[in-house]
Write a protein that binds this ligand. Structure first.
Ligand code: PEP
Ligand code: MN
Length: 338
């Protein structure tokens, strides 16, 4: 931590700051310039609250110089995390596409969509069996019945399964039917749940919270990693901003920033990211261009009658077109679609 002392601080105040930093367990290195004193506080204290120093008399600012997360950081592990699956890997050179409906609605629906997305080149079938809906009166998902249908549909067409668990009570089912456990934006800071996921043997895709900073998001990944589960995938799904023309603001910058800060793979969700069907493909292109390790996108055979998120779901032919376009972009940056 770097502590900048106020220009008019007295020597007694500066000595007081140094004494307290020592009490906190830091080694202190003092640099005294003509008008300014700066204190370097050295010590590994990932959970230290810099405000405890900022409130001291004579302190102008206190800045953390190391990240509060460790296992998730690039400085801890330089090489990218690559997660292996039977027909692809996430975090390697190839970009993985996950596609399917927002919610699993019926056998006919999930089989129809699975067939079309598999044909177009998806590797994962997505679909919610437990849905975190804003309204308690909205469709909440088919539960285990939905997971069974999705597993069968995925197996039939050679796909892997990704589905959301909303709490620890659903983990057993998810481990049984799903290849990756999705953690929704609304649960990104459910710390007890994150700790439970740390004990799971399944990879976890952690969606960014609606207004989470990169640091908060990586701290949530740290909960899972520190519990022992090293298979964490980040997912940018749009954040809440002052803009009202789109459902969310798709933060493409998350892709290079997370890659710089962390070794974990990052997938982009342009469907929730922008929330309007005709803008999903441009956002998918942008995400691939920015270096995303994968795309997760909502596709529905009859989006006008979908039980959730129909307005942001692609028609199957639009999904084919998205695949065609992102293949071109992947090639332009020296990658390919898995
Ligand atoms: C979803 O994937 O359908 C979903 C509910 O996502 P999010 O948690 O990003 O809102
Ligand atoms: Mn959805």
């Amino acid at each position: 931590m770097v502590v900048v002392v106020e220009q008019n601080a007295t020597e007694i105040e500066i000595e007081g700051i140094i004494r307290i930093l020592h009490d906190f367990g830091f080694d202190v290195h003092r640099s005294t310039g003509v008008n300014q004193t700066v204190l370097g506080a050295i010590g590994v204290k990932p959970d230290f609250d810099t405000r405890q120093v900022e409130v001291l008399p004579g302190v102008a600012h206190a800045y953390r110089i190391t990240e509060p997360y460790k296992l998730a950081s690039r400085s801890f592990k330089q090489e990218k995390t690559v997660i292996q699956f039977k027909n692809c890997e996430i975090g390697g050179d190839a970009i993985v596409v996950m596609a399917g409906p927002c919610s699993i609605e019926s056998e006919q629906q999930i089989f129809t969509i699975a067939e079309s997305v598999a044909k177009a080149g998806a590797k994962f079938l997505r679909g919610g069996a437990f849905k975190p809906r804003t309204s308690p009166y909205a469709f909440q998902g088919l539960g285990e019945e939905g997971l069974k249908l999705m597993r069968r549909a995925a197996d039939e067409f050679g796909l892997l399964v990704i589905s959301e668990a909303m709490d620890g009570t659903q983990l057993e089912l998810m481990e049984k039917y799903s290849d990756v456990i999705q953690i929704g934006a609304r649960n990104m800071q459910n710390y007890n749940f994150l700790r439970e996921l740390g004990k799971s043997a399944k990879p976890v895709m952690l969606k960014r919270g609606l207004s989470a900073t990169f640091e908060e998001w990586l701290m949530s990944a740290e909960y899972i990693l520190s519990g022992g589960n090293k298979q964490v995938i980040m997912c940018e799904r749009g954040i809440r901003t002052f803009e009202t023309a789109t459902r969310n603001t798709m933060d493409i910058s998350a892709i290079p920033v997370i890659h710089a800060k962390s070794h974990l793979p990052i997938i982009a969700d342009p469907s929730h990211g922008i929330g309007i069907r005709d803008k999903v493909i441009p956002m998918a292109r942008a995400a691939v261009a920015a270096g995303a390790d994968g795309i997760i996108v909502e596709v529905h055979n009859d989006p006008d009658h979908a039980k959730s998120d129909g307005a942001q779901s692609l028609f199957p032919n639009q999904f084919e077109e998205m695949m065609r376009q992102i293949r071109v972009i992947a090639e332009a940056i020296g990658r390919k679609i898995a």
